[in-house]
Design a protein around this ligand. Structure first.
Ligand code: PMP
Length: 444
């Protein structure tokens, strides 16, 4: 009997025993194509020799030295590397162990910055509906997914949520994409004015929404307008690139495609690529200097922050992405993947939208393509597709709750950046097999 507390109580999860490249093998010898990199984590695929060597060498050299006393070469080197590639203005890196920790740190840093900047009344956070920013209480409060929040609502800090930029569902026929983006960005200004401009501390958003909506980039111009609004009212812009960052969209930092620089940026997942648990919060020089000239202390911290082995792995991962030309492969395979998905599924009666950037791809399932009406939640498209895909040897990431936490189904693909041409074809073929297993989707 297992004593591991699994994600699904009373379930008996399949035991994975080895992994290489784009594949994971279970204890029976069955191979699975890792079409979503777990949850957009394994960007280098499995078994990367350089990352393994970096971890082994750092473990032998020095596994741990507490950041209350020391910095380390791996942490310094990784921070330098990230800053050298980061959007303008980001100047310092705070290493943590994952995405939720990065978001928690961002929220607390925003609050402390305003206090030390002489504006202690700034305490309101604004985020977006249908968003996910992590499962710890602060990050959960920022997230706007009703299903995830519901039972914890009474113990969450107060955050107000505005509309996401979700063109497929939100744009009306008489609006251009640009007009739509400006309209939803306006909700931010309206909310700031409603709360009182000098009481708002930050706005939090994902440049490309991952898990909760199935890979939804904003329309051009949306984030530029958001940046302007934040600047006008002294509100910090926190971008969460935990899922979409680290090259997933074809840019090391996803927000460069929107031509915006945040005040605080959160990364994780692809930073450790699954080899080590690591996340980071990056912040502007102004924020860092304000604390530096003020209390000189960020009132936060974790035992494993800046872990030397995790940082050594992160450095090897980012170096591999940059030095092996993997971003070029992301672009090339992305073109192939979108071409194949469109030619196979674009006319599918129950696929309403195929979207994304780079190797970050979403498919939205609808009961009716013309009205975009989702399937009834009782049909459980996402859960059944996840199982059918797993049975067919494909790990992909179907989710429900696309529209409002209760309705809608989508599927997320996030294959490793080392994906080859033939593996791209295999991914699409396996997805087709999985869909065939569901009577509602077998119409291909
Ligand atoms: N932010 C986003 C956008 C995420 O997708 C996730 C994880 N899916 C998180 C934060 C939380 O990251 P973690 O699970 O590493 O805590």
């Amino acid at each position: 009997m297992s004593h591991v507390f699994p994600r699904q109580i009373n379930a008996a999860p399949v035991k994975a025993v080895s992994s290489q490249g784009c594949y994971i093998t279970d204890e029976t010898g069955k191979r699975y194509f890792d079409g979503s990199g777990g949850a957009a984590v394994s960007c280098l695929g499995h078994g990367d020799a350089d990352v393994i060597r970096a971890i082994q060498e750092q473990t032998a050299q020095m596994a741990f030295a507490h950041t209350g006393f020391f910095t380390s070469d791996p942490a310094e080197d990784l921070a330098d590397l990230l800053i050298s590639q980061a959007p303008d203005g980001l100047d310092r890196v705070y290493f943590v162990s994952g995405g939720s920790e990065a978001v928690e740190a961002a929220i607390k840093l925003a609050r402390q910055y305003h206090i030390e900047n002489g504006e202690p009344q700034r305490r309101h956070l604004i985020a977006r509906r249908q968003s996910y920013h992590g499962n710890t209480l602060g990050a959960l409060a920022v997230g706007g997914n009703q299903w995830r929040r519901a039972q914890f609502e009474p113990i969450l800090v107060d955050v107000t949520h505005i509309a996401p930029c979700y063109e497929y569902v939100g744009r009306s026929d008489d609006e251009t994409p640009h007009e739509y983006g400006q309209r939803v960005a306006q909700e931010l200004e309206d909310e700031i004015l409603r709360l009182g401009p000098d009481t708002v501390m930050a706005f939090v958003a994902e440049p490309v929404v991952g898990a909760t909506m199935g890979v939804v980039p904003a329309v051009p111009g949306y984030f530029k307008r958001v940046r302007e609004i934040c600047d006008t009212y002294g509100v910090l812009l926190i971008l969460d690139e935990v899922m979409c960052g680290m090259g997933r969209t074809g840019h090391l930092f996803a927000c460069t495609a929107d031509d915006v620089s945040p005040d605080i940026l959160c990364i994780a997942k692809g930073l450790g690529a699954g080899y080590q648990p690591i996340g980071a919060m990056m912040c502007s020089k102004d924020i860092y200097d304000t604390l530096g000239q003020g209390s000189g202390f960020f009132q936060h911290g974790h035992t494993y922050m800046g872990h030397p082995v995790a940082c050594a792995a992160g450095k090897a991962v980012v170096s591999a992405i940059l030095n092996r030309g993997l971003l070029n492969n992301v672009h090339a395979r992305s073109e192939q993947l979108f071409g194949a998905l469109n030619s196979k599924f674009a006319q599918h009666p129950h696929i309403g939208d195929i979207r994304g950037r780079g190797l970050f791809v979403g498919l939205e399932f609808v009961e009716n393509r013309d009205t975009k009406r989702p399937f009834d939640p009782s049909v459980k498209i996402a859960a059944r597709l996840k199982k059918a895909a797993f049975d067919a040897g494909l790990i992909c990431y179907p989710m429900s709750g696309t529209r409002d936490g209760k309705h809608g189904d989508h599927l997320l693909l996030a294959p490793p950046f080392i994906l080859t041409e033939s593996e791209t074809d295999e991914l699409v073929a396996k997805l087709g097999d999985a869909m065939h297993a569901l009577p509602e989707l077998s119409d291909i």
